[in-house]
Design a protein around this ligand. Structure first.
Ligand code: GLN
Length: 469
């Protein structure tokens, strides 16, 4: 049995500053979410209105204040009195994203970062050259709000190639600042306060936060290991005439699960029967290893009720460029574009030119990408298995989820803290991706979007420190 050690001072004077070392609870769930589990877990009542699962209780802020350094006119800085942190109600239960927390801890502890999903290698030269050229050519003022014509066309061409569907680049494609903005524009543009939206847990963190901003009522069905299959009966039981949309993600972050044609058919027939929209996040579509990716929009009767969301970042190893898009029929694109117009208005112009070049890459680019990632995945999966983890099958994405319980830590957060401080490797605790965090407490996510040497070093560190126990 390992002990995570004391990572937090836990003292009453401890303030919740940005330099605080320990993992912060990412989401403080409001009471209603835990009502149905309180018998089993024992809920600690902390603070005015927040209740959290016991395993995160020791990580709550002792005081919700933050010291700030303020610059004075002569250029010096001075410490001000603590100011209460302020945030609108629609976001008050959310904390610094888990990805930001874990990447900061990776730097602080010199740990190998297999947490946040960003490649530690660069994107392709031909795409970077296209961006440089666009800047030199003076493509530097606002772009057309919904995308430069060339990129809208490139997105429509790619969509046609993958789904067989012909879409109008002028009326059915919207370019956004990354897929996260496409998700936000879709939700804010098409969901009314009180609308019910269904998620598949574990789910990507921005879904819940953005639905909360829109005032949606969130329901979820949980994909469980080992296969993370959709619990069909449960899904059928929660889809009703009150459901406005299902927000799904395939290939699925964090599990690597890919939705099968049978599962997609079930979702499609439920949506058609109950007149439900689908928002489908497909940013890992080109990282499909074990089966072919299927866009739900391509199923009969679905295009008219689907917004398909995608981006450049994962496929071209350019996560910092933040180029994304939404493809949807004109009547849904209207809502997406209205929200996009007032969120960001337009997306970086030269990067859009480069993105259009990227999307016209030959098939050989995607084949090589997949070959490289299969090699990386093999190193990580075999390594994790040799360390003693139960590694669940991942068909797509650049993530794998493992069961950490063979090492005796009480939950995913405790395990990740131990892994950073004692082993020098960063993973992502998955409990933050569930409405009920208890459901993720045995699972942590590792990414393999790192060079092979980095993956091997991480495995070596784990073998040395975890195997010995
Ligand atoms: N999509 C990335 C991941 O899942 C993280 C993006 C972010 O940090 N918001 O790791």
């Amino acid at each position: 049995m390992l002990h995570p050690g004391s990572l937090c001072c836990n003292s009453s004077h401890c303030t919740w500053t940005s330099s605080h070392e320990m993992l912060r609870p990412y989401i403080l769930k409001p009471f209603h979410i835990f009502q149905n589990v309180s018998k089993n877990t024992g809920i600690n009542n902390i603070g005015r209105s927040l209740r959290v699962p016991p395993f995160m209780a020791s990580q709550l802020p002792a005081a919700t204040t933050e010291h700030q350094l303020v610059s004075t006119q002569d250029g010096s800085s001075q410490n001000t009195a603590p100011q209460p942190l302020q945030v609108a109600k629609r976001l008050e239960k959310f904390k610094t994203t888990i990805f930001t927390q874990m990447s900061s801890l990776a730097i602080k502890h010199g740990a190998i970062n297999l947490g946040q999903g960003f490649p530690n290698f660069d994107g392709p030269e031909f795409v970077k050259e296209a961006a440089i050229q666009a800047i030199r050519d003076g493509k530097n003022q606002y772009a057309r709000g919904y995308g430069i014509p060339d990129l809208n066309s490139a997105v429509a061409d790619r969509f046609k190639k993958e789904t067989g569907l012909t879409v109008d680049p002028e009326k059915e494609v919207t370019v956004t600042s990354g897929c996260t903005e496409a998700i936000a524009a879709t939700i804010l543009g098409l969901i009314n306060p009180g609308d019910e939206v269904i998620l598949f847990a574990p789910f990507y963190d921005s879904y819940e936060a953005t639905l909360s901003m829109a005032g949606a009522k969130i329901k979820s069905v949980t994909l469980k290991p080992p296969n993370f299959s959709i619990p069909i009966d449960e899904l059928k039981s929660i889809v009703s005439k009150n459901t406005r949309a299902i927000l799904m993600n395939t290939p699925h972050n964090p599990t690597g699960k890919m939705f099968t044609r049978d599962e997609l058919n079930v979702i499609a027939s439920l949506c058609i029967e109950h007149d439900v929209l689908v928002f489908s996040d497909e940013v890992y579509d080109k990282l499909a290893f074990e089966m072919d990716h299927i866009s739900i929009a391509s199923l009969s009767g679905m295009y008219d009720r689907t917004v398909t969301l995608n981006s450049l970042g994962k496929t071209f190893s350019l996560t910092g460029w933040k180029i994304g898009w939404a493809v949807a029929p004109a009547h849904l694109t209207w809502g997406v574009r209205q929200a996009h117009s007032f969120l960001t208005f337009a997306t970086s112009t030269p990067m859009q030119y480069a993105a259009a070049t990227a999307l016209r890459a030959p098939d050989s680019y995607y084949e090589e990408l997949r070959r490289d990632y299969i090699a990386k995945k093999t190193i990580l999966v075999e390594g994790l298995e040799s360390v003693g983890f139960t590694v669940y099958p991942s068909s797509g994405t650049y993530f794998v989820v493992v069961d950490h319980t063979p090492f005796g830590l009480e939950n995913d957060v405790a395990f990740c803290e131990y892994l950073i401080k004692e082993v020098g490797v960063v993973a992502i605790p998955t409990s933050v991706f569930y409405l009920n965090p208890e459901e993720g407490k045995n699972l942590v996510r590792f990414t393999f979007c790192k060079d092979e040497g980095t993956l091997r070093s991480a495995v070596e560190r784990m073998k040395e420190k975890l195997l010995k126990k």
